[in-house]
Each structure stands twice: as structure tokens, then as C-alpha cells.
Design a protein around this ligand. Structure first.
Ligand code: SAM
Length: 251
């Protein structure tokens, strides 16, 4: 672990207050920023999120998944890219924010994929799908928000078929000293400036930064995944380690 990074309990990092459930606060927060989310995501990642999504999805191609579940689907970028790159029979996207999904539905319709992609309001920790319903699941920039991380991973494990794959893409702070300091400065100044320009909900962007700092990444996340029934196939860092990809398999 990096010497200059303090460990914060990620379950305590919430957008608005400590009393209310984190999931309810997050649904509200993402509803509020849904109209600006894509723009913010592009600016904050210098457009790199698009190539991170693409490259990570291509790692699933060799398994030829036919039923794909995208968790924390948001505005449906991952669902649409999954369909285009992996050619499955169907993609289901779930999210707790109905307004993020509404933005996604417009994009799905524009892409002419309404009969191939369906978007549902569901909390990952209490999904209603039958056991073994999916060949692959994906989570892009969503896992660090999950209030009940173990339960959520157990649910994902349950709805995947044995040998099915889970692909996780998540932003994190680089581990090493100088890069870590530089990245902190970048998020403090640039991201805060952008968030002020794009949104009235300043707390939302403070939360995004704080959750990135607190969420376990690398070995710590790989251990959590293995405690919840997954074995690691591939771990890869993108762009100086500001984004990581984990490809794991249900055992
Ligand atoms: C940063 S956005 C990512 C959206 C999208 N996957 C992307 O690639 O841009 C995180 C999403 O996670 C969703 N989310 C947070 N907690 C969730 C939960 N418990 N179950 C399902 N979705 C959740 C939020 O509503 C939000 O849309």
C-alpha cells in the first residue's frame, strides 16, 4: 500500500449525510446529475473512459457471452458498447437511478437497439433475476458506490452461470508518491472547477472524489472478489493507474 495514502472506510463515504442509507442518497444524487453525467465523465477522464470501456469489453470477446448483465448501467454506454463489440443475444442494464436510465433509454433508442437492450431499476444487492441467468456481467465506474459490497458480489455470483465472467472497470488514485500527489491536485482543482461549471450539486462531485480515495483497489479488491466466489483471470491498469480493470470468473 502507498505510504502516503490513508485508509478510509468506504462504507462511511456518503454524498449528503451519515444518517440516511447510502443507496437512497446515491439514487437521489445520480438523478440530480443525470443530465450532465456524460459531459462530466468525458471531461473528467479526457474522453479516455470511452477507450477504457472498449478495451476492457474486448477482453470478454473470447468467451462469446450471449446474455450480458450491465450493473450500475447509468446512461447505458456500457450496454450499447457491449452489444456492438460482443454481439450477444441480449443485454440487460440495471441501476438504482431511474433518471440515469431515462437518459440511457434515449441513447439506446437512437442506436436502434431497443429490442436488444432493456434497462431496469434494480439495486445490485437485491436483484430479482433467477440463478444462472447471465453468461457475463459488467460494472463500469459503479462498484465503488455499492453500499453492501459483499452482498452485491454474492448476488452477481448468483445470477451468473458457473464459469461466467464479471468485468469490473473502476477509477482509482495512483498508488505511487508523486503520481498520487499530482492526481490529488488534479482532482481537487480541475475536477472541482468542472463540477462547479456543470452542476449545482457540489456535494455530488465531492462524493465522487472522496469515494475514489476510499474504495479498495488492486490486491485489496481482488481479495474481496475471491472471498465472494470469483477467481482472477486478468488485472490491468490503464493510463498511469488511474483506472483499473478486473476480469474474474465465477467458481
Ligand atoms: C458513475 S455512474 C456509472 C455509469 C455507467 N456505468 C458508466 O459507465 O458511465 C455509477 C452508477 O452506479 C449506480 N449505482 C449506485 N449504487 C447502485 C446499486 N446499489 N445498484 C445499482 N446501481 C447502483 C448509480 O445510480 C450510477 O448510475
Amino acid at each position: 500500500m502507498a505510504k502516503n495514502k490513508t485508509v478510509v472506510d468506504f462504507t462511511k463515504v456518503k454524498p449528503y449525510n451519515q444518517d440516511e442509507e447510502k443507496t437512497a442518497q446515491l439514487a437521489r444524487m445520480f438523478n440530480t446529475i443525470s443530465g450532465k453525467y456524460d459531459q462530466f465523465n468525458d471531461i473528467m477522464t479526457w474522453g479516455l473512459a470511452r477507450s477504457w470501456r472498449r478495451t476492457s469489453l474486448l477482453s470478454l470477446k473470447q468467451y462469446n457471452p450471449k446474455r450480458i448483465l450491465d450493473i450500475a448501467a447509468g446512461t447505458a454506454d456500457m450496454c450499447i458498447k457491449s452489444y456492438k463489440f460482443l454481439n450477444p443475444d441480449h443485454v440487460t442494464g440495471v441501476d438504482i437511478s431511474d433518471q440515469m436510465l431515462d437518459m440511457g433509454r434515449v441513447k439506446v433508442e437512437k442506436a436502434g437497439l431497443s429490442d436488444k437492450i432493456d434497462l431496469q431499476v434494480q439495486d445490485v444487492s437485491a436483484m430479482t433475476f433467477a440463478d444462472g441467468s447471465y453468461d457475463a456481467a459488467t460494472i463500469a465506474f459503479g462498484i465503488r458506490n455499492f453500499e453492501k459490497l459483499d452482498l452485491s458480489l454474492q448476488q452477481i455470483n448468483r445470477v451468473l452461470t458457473t464459469g461466467g465472467h464479471l468485468l469490473i472497470l473502476e477509477m482509482n488514485e495512483p498508488e505511487k508518491g508523486l503520481l498520487f500527489k499530482g492526481y490529488q491536485l488534479y482532482t481537487k482543482v480541475f475536477v472541482r472547477m468542472t463540477s462547479k461549471l456543470l452542476s449545482s450539486d457540489k456535494k455530488a462531485y465531492d462524493y465522487l472524489q472522496a469515494s475514489m480515495h476510499a474504495f479498495p483497489n488492486g490486491e485489496r479488491l481482488i481479495n474481496i472478489l475471491s472471498q465472494n466466489g470469483f477467481k482472477l483471470n486478468k488485472y490491468r491498469k490503464f493510463t498511469f493507474g488511474v483506472c483499473s480493470m478486473y476480469l474474474v470468473e465465477k467458481i
